[in-house]
Every structure is written in structure tokens, then in C-alpha cells.
Design a protein around this ligand. Structure first.
Ligand SMILES: Cc1cc2nc3c(=O)[nH]c(=O)nc-3n(C[C@H](O)[C@H](O)[C@H](O)COP(=O)(O)O)c2cc1C
Length: 340
């Protein structure tokens, strides 16, 4: 329904405070993904639809479908939110079963729900009913503490006839600091009638193709690797159709940083240069990985836009290929070498 028919699908992973409307515009400008998922709408007794997240739906700039993601634990409140969202042009509802942040999982939402499969069963049952014809998708990790927990989850997903499953191939306890478990995702691919998307640790074309091969998934969802190299979707699309792959150069990254700066600046009501440089550092954290360590250190100290762009130019103003991979075991990228 929402996926390309003759090749693996490529999805941008939802990332809180990152994959907002301006970032979607930038991703689209760099080639774009096939399908998008919003940052999560928090759902609780007093929750209202966050107007900023809603804009990525009402002003969806991607030309592709977008699914609204929810995080919460109460079936009635989740249902109420689905009914509200049905007034907007969404391609489906996604339930978050993976967030490992302790403030979330201790409240039995996100990844915390994985400790209570019976509650997941109730939630998905209610959501399935409220969604009706609207596709219901799930984004999950493979368990809370151990991959053995996954089989029970798969049975629940199958019973409720969900429309698509994305699996981040780690447990909640593994957070982001380990390799992923491709064999577990493959189990889901074989067990479920719906498409299964593999997520976690795709950082370049090779890692993406290997993950697809090892899981036989219907597609890939990419998060941090897409902040670092937003061209990863067009590169993978080319690789999947046996076409030449564009090589990312230093200058391309420089241009990407400029576009990101301009697009995110556009959305700030009271623009403040110093604050904006701080905001850019959130993206740069990922972008600098794989480049000389000094780039990261110097950017951390930047205050003024002029200084910020001078540092970027001093490390990126070249027409040759940029590093294809981040460093393995950096603070933000770990365990991907299992796919190289
Ligand atoms: C900064 C950040 C924010 C995230 N926010 C969300 C979110 O709102 N919803 C969600 O399902 N996953 C969220 N995730 C998890 C990602 O969607 C993805 O599952 C994870 O990063 C693994 O994929 P990757 O290795 O391609 O980054 C977030 C991850 C990061 C790094």
C-alpha cells in the first residue's frame, strides 16, 4: 500500500527533536525516503495533539505518505488521539514500543510496555478497532531484556493483523551501544504476513544491503545514519536498482549544513543566532562522525554563526570523497561493523 512495489522500501526513522518539518524538507531535497513517520505524539489523559509535530503532517513537504506515531499506555487515550488524527492526512498510526529513555519506560510506555505483553495485546486490540481501515503499524524493539521475549510479541502482532512492523533489532536494555540481532528480524519476516522493516545501525550502502540480505526484510528504516548522510536513501535506491551510486564529497556536506541551517532558522519565531548555533550542534554531533576528531572538538566550542561556518569550511571544503563510515564505537555509532 505505502511501499514501493518492486524494491525494498526506505523509511526515515522518527527521531524526537530532529525529524521535524524543516528536517523533512532537507531530507526531501537530498533525494528523500519512501515513507515517513512523525516524531511521537505523547498520549496521556491531558494530552492534545502537539501543533508543531502536526505541521509535519499538514505541511508534509516530502511528496510521500507520513504515518503519525504515538507513545502512551492508556487504550482510551490512545483511541481518542487516533480519532483526532483521523482529521488529518496521515497514512497510518504507528505505536512506539521501543523508546529506551528511563523517563518513558518507567511509566510503562514506549520500551517499558515490552515488559507487559498482555497490556500490549489490549492496546493493539483497541487501536486496531479504532483505526478501522486506517493502517496500523508498530515500531518495536526485540524485547525488554532478552531477544527470547520476541516470539510472544510476534504472536500478538499476528493476532491483531497489523499492517507493517518495524523492528529495531535490539532490546531496550541494549539501548544503542551494541550490534543488532538480524536473525530475530528474519524470524519476524517469516512469521508475519505483513511487511517487516529492519532498523538499527545502517550507516552506509554496504551496511544497508547486508542488513536486508540477512533479514530478508521488506525494507530499511534509517535514523542516525540519515542525519549524518541524508543522501543514504538515494544511494541505496541506486544500489538496489544497480545504478551508479553518488559519492558524497566534503562540499556536499558543507552545502547540507548550510541548507539545514537555513531551513531550521526559518521556523524559529524569534530567531537568535547564538541559540541557532547551539541547535545546529545537535545535528553536527552526527555529521562530524568519521571526520578528524578536531572537527568535533572545534564545533563544540563554536558560538557565532561566522565561527561555526568557518570551522565547517576548514574541514569540509574539498571535492574529494568524504569518509563513508563513522568511527566504530564512537559515542553515537556502535556495532555496525557486523554488516561490513
Ligand atoms: C535522537 C533520537 C530520537 C529518537 N526519537 C524516536 C522517536 O520519537 N520515536 C521512535 O520510534 N524512535 C525514536 N528513536 C529511535 C530511532 O527511530 C531508531 O529506531 C534508532 O535510532 C535506531 O536506528 P538507527 O541506527 O538507524 O539510528 C530516536 C533515536 C534518536 C537517536
Amino acid at each position: 500500500m505505502m511501499l514501493p512495489e518492486n524494491r525494498a522500501a526506505l523509511l526515515l526513522a522518527p527521531m524526537q527533536d530532529i525529524t521535524d518539518l524543516p528536517f523533512l524538507r532537507v531530507i526531501k531535497a537530498m533525494g528523500g525516503a519512501d515513507l515517513y513517520v512523525t516524531e511521537y505524539f505523547r498520549v496521556h489523559i491531558h494530552s492534545k495533539l502537539d501543533p508543531y509535530i502536526l505541521r509535519s503532517i499538514t505541511e508534509n513537504p516530502t511528496g510521500r505518505p507520513i504515518i503519525a506515531q504515538l507513545i502512551g499506555k492508556d487504550p482510551n487515550e490512545l483511541s481518542r488521539t487516533v480519532r483526532d488524527l483521523k482529521n488529518y492526512p496521515i497514512a497510518g498510526i504507528d505505536l512506539n514500543l521501543g523508546c529506551p529513555a528511563p523517563v518513558v519506560y518507567r511509566k510503562q510506555a514506549g520500551g517499558g510496555l515490552l515488559r507487559d505483553p498482555d497490556q500490549i495485546n489490549r492496546l493493539i486490540g483497541t487501536l486496531r478497532e479504532t483505526c478501522g481501515e486506517l493502517p496500523l503499524t508498530i515500531k518495536t524493539r526485540i524485547g525488554f531484556s532478552h531477544p527470547d521475549e520476541f516470539a510472544r510479541l510476534l504472536e500478538i502482532f499476528k493476532n491483531h493483523a497489523i499492517d507493517l512492523l518495524t523492528v529495531h533489532g535490539r532490546t531496550v536494555k541494549e539501548r544503542y551501544q551494541t550490534p543488532v540481532h538480524p536473525e530475530t528480524i528474519r524470524e519476524a519476516v517469516h512469521f508475519l504476513p505483513c511487511p517487516v522493516i529492519a532498523n538499527g545501525n545502517v550507516v552506509n550502502v554496504t551496511s544497508g544491503l547486508t542488513y536486508l540480505e540477512q533479514t530478508q526484510a521488506a525494507g530499511l528504516m534509517i535514523g542516525r545514519g540519515a542525519i549524518r548522510h541524508p543522501w543514504i536513501f538515494s544511494q541505496l535506491r541506486a544500489a538496489l536498482s544497480k545504478k551508479p551510486i553518488t559519492v558524497v564529497t566534503g562540499k556536499m556536506i558543507l552545502e547540507y549544513i548550510q541548507i539545514l541551517y537555513d531551513q531550521t532558522a526559518r521556523e524559529v519565531p524569534k530567531f537568535n543566532e547564538l541559540k541557532h548555533v547551539q541547535k545546529m550542534k545537535k545535528y553536527l554531533n552526527y555529521i562530524v562522525q568519521g571526520h578528524p576528531k578536531e572537527f568535533e572538538y572545534e564545533i563544540r566550542r563554536a558560538q557565532q554563526p561566522k565561527e561555526f561556518f568557518r570551522i565547517c569550511r576548514s574541514f569540509l571544503d574539498y571535492s574529494g570523497p568524504a569518509p563513508d563510515l563513522p568511527c566504530e564505537n564512537s559515542r553515537l555509532f556502535c556495532g555496525f561493523s557486523q554488516f561490513l
